[in-house]
Design a protein around this ligand. Structure first.
Ligand code: GAR
Length: 225
């Protein structure tokens, strides 16, 4: 761990494939930061093993053991402060965070959501896109605000929907794309090229459009291709 590098917390609830992408990106230098702690709200999250194998500090905060959402979030905030975290990465973290928590970390809290936001906030995004007859689905990295999945997008990637797609097949095809855009978006934040100010996201000093940067339009050096 390099003491001069920013420290990330990666928050998970399950498999942790996006966590794995960050482990590789931090090791490979595509993300100039270290993972200070991996926190799961589920004791059996597969990602905890991935983290331990990589020698990362892990913490389980089982939400079922807390009397309220507020109590859980207070303990989460305490853990993040004590780990001296600069940026919190929600990577398949399936808990709604309270406005108090989000406001405390605003501008330092990012999420990846499996839809082209602002379309399809919430759950079952791929099934909803297919049921609506959409031709394109995608994923979006965004700053988190108290508005669920409503914070300003940073980067999105598009994934065409095939006629025979199911929610599961679409999710599987999209996942490797998530693993590309999430570390790249975080690196844009860490290098201060992207930031949140007064509820808006900016890229190289210019306000970002409501759907963020299109991955396909991002120069190769920023996309780490
Ligand atoms: C990812 O597909 C991510 O976009 C989604 O959960 C999956 C986590 O996979 N996140 C959400 O649905 C957030 N609302 P992973 O555990 O393998 O990274």
């Amino acid at each position: 761990m390099n003491e001069l590098r920013p420290r990330l917390a990666v928050l998970i609830s399950g498999r942790g494939s996006n966590l794995q992408a960050f482990i590789q990106a931090c090791q490979g230098g595509q993300v100039s930061a270290d993972i200070g702690v991996v926190i799961s709200n589920r004791p059996n999250a597969g990602g905890l093993q991935t983290a331990a194998q990589a020698g990362l500090e892990t913490l389980v905060l089982d939400h079922k053991r807390f009397p309220s959402r507020e109590a859980f979030d207070a303990e989460l905030a305490r853990a993040l402060h004590s780990a001296k975290i600069d940026l919190i990465i929600l990577a398949g973290f399936m808990r709604i965070l309270t406005a108090d928590f989000v406001n405390q970390f605003q501008g330092r809290l990012v999420n990846i959501h499996p839809s082209l936001l602002p379309k399809y906030p919430g759950l079952n995004t791929h099934d909803r896109a297919i049921d609506n007859g959409d031709s394109v689905a995608g994923a979006t990295v965004h700053y988190v605000t108290p508005d669920l999945d409503g914070g300003p997008p940073i980067v999105h990637v598009k994934c065409p929907i095939r006629p025979d797609d199911t929610g599961a097949s679409l999710a599987a095809r999209l996942l490797p794309m998530e693993h590309m855009i999430y570390p790249a978006a975080v690196q844009l934040h860490l290098t201060k090229r992207v930031y949140l100010a007064e509820g808006h996201a900016y890229f190289d000093g210019k306000p970002l459009p409501p759907d963020g940067i299109d991955w396909a339009a991002l120069p190769a050096q920023d996309a780490h291709l």
